[in-house]
Write a protein that binds this ligand. Sequence first.
Ligand code: NAD
Length: 501
Amino acid sequence: MSGPRDIPHYINGQHVSGASGRHGDVFDPNTGAVQARVGLASADELGRAVEAAKAAQPAWGATNPQRRARVMFRFKELIERDMDDLAWLLATEHGKVVADAKGDIQRGLEVIEFACGIPHLLKGEYTEGAGPGIDVYSMRQPLGVVAGITPFNFPAMIPMWMFGVAIACGNAFILKPSERDPSVPVRLAELMTEAGLPDGVLNVVHGDKEAVDAILHHPDIKAVSFVGSSDIAQYVYVTGAQNGKRVQAMGGAKNHAVILPDADLDQVVRDLIGSAYGSAGERCMALPVAVPVGDKTADELIERLIPEIEKLVPGVSTDPDAVYGPVVTAAHKARVEGYIQMGVDEGAELIIDGRGFTLQGHEDGFFVGPSLFDKVRADMRSYQEEIFGPVLQIVRAKDLEEAARLPSEHPYGNGVAIFTRSGLAAREFASKVNVGMVGVNVPIPVPVAYHTFGGWKRSAFGDTNQHGMEGVRFFTKIKTVTQRWPTGEVSDQAFVIPTMG
Ligand code: NAD
């Protein structure tokens, strides 16, 4: 009987089997079975991908931006053609339901649509007559070979955030996707080749810390974009910077929903159910903390939430009726259940306990039922840390000031939402809250592709966000030219740069 299939690297337009002798297991989270193996790259294998990228980049960087944009247009069409297959593949490795998997791909595709505008986005600035006969202009040039390291929870969207913009800007790219769900990133690279991208411009190298360290120490990689958990984001940021690289490193999250007494509670309940439990809570923009203002709001919210949460039965990720699927691995299931026990031990009130859930016929799948905590306090570790599972924690606040302090003082600062009918309260909150992305009556305030994505505090290291113009700035370096064309007249000798006058 043959063993699980091997997922290859994708280097220089070719599938390349892992040669390090180290492999990672890729599970079907619905059944708990190992469905594939992925080679974990050595520094040598990473080095071969960098060589291919380095050889391909100069010609790609010199290709005019309209032609680069045409590849992006074709890539977009190919993803739309293959959407169903990609979503199925994603759902069976990650565990999110097919509709969520389509959303994952669609949000990445929106960044590709943004990147189709690269001829416009790369236009520089020009000042005529900055001095006598002197013009000044700026241009954005690619960095060369750049890399992206991505988490398991958005295996399509986050790679596209990064390589979509980087490649459109004229760079060659090394993608090191999560080793837990690596198949979709390889499919994306194959589709880029089909769309006309020259070999070597996009390479996918699988791996773990060893491959990440090889990226962080490789002298020919000029910039690293990272998304994952905060301790590793900080490590990547510090190590990459020490090695002279430009680094943006997005980390974990613990997003709050502040609910004022005048909020539309029907909407709040609907939104909390979707944003706390959707995708099994494995979203960096989920809302796992609800902060109702006043006990009356809290009691009413909980009363309405309970019957809705009790209806949430996780199911197989390819079942169209499943609300959410399993979490990604058995280790992650154990971690989520460990945090639920921690909450109990710390004295929070567990109203609904999702531990011990099993799905009939899928007893070894990594399913976790929905949990609800009340009376969570800010000093609890289970509140301070990211759980990343289908768990909603309620922290009661007596007034808006106390409610706003919670997300502002929390170590993470990715997203936050406020639910209210008061424009004034929402405006004040959005202005003052110490968090990077804010939703007003919007539960998952992920900015659209032509704005930028990025949190504050331990949710992001480095000062440039993902996609939008921030992405273009991250993946290019600016050059400013001050030029003068002598006329041959005496006045040439008298020219003075304005600031010296
Ligand atoms: P993770 O930090 O475990 O892994 C992220 C990447 O780092 C992977 O490619 C992995 O192979 C690599 N890696 C793992 N261990 C490493 C080590 N010791 N040294 C160097 N590299 C290592 O994250 P994950 O579990 O895959 O993803 C979930 C996390 O990502 C959550 O914390 C979530 O909040 C966060 N996330 C953040 C955002 C954001 O934009 N802020 C978006 C999505 C996910």
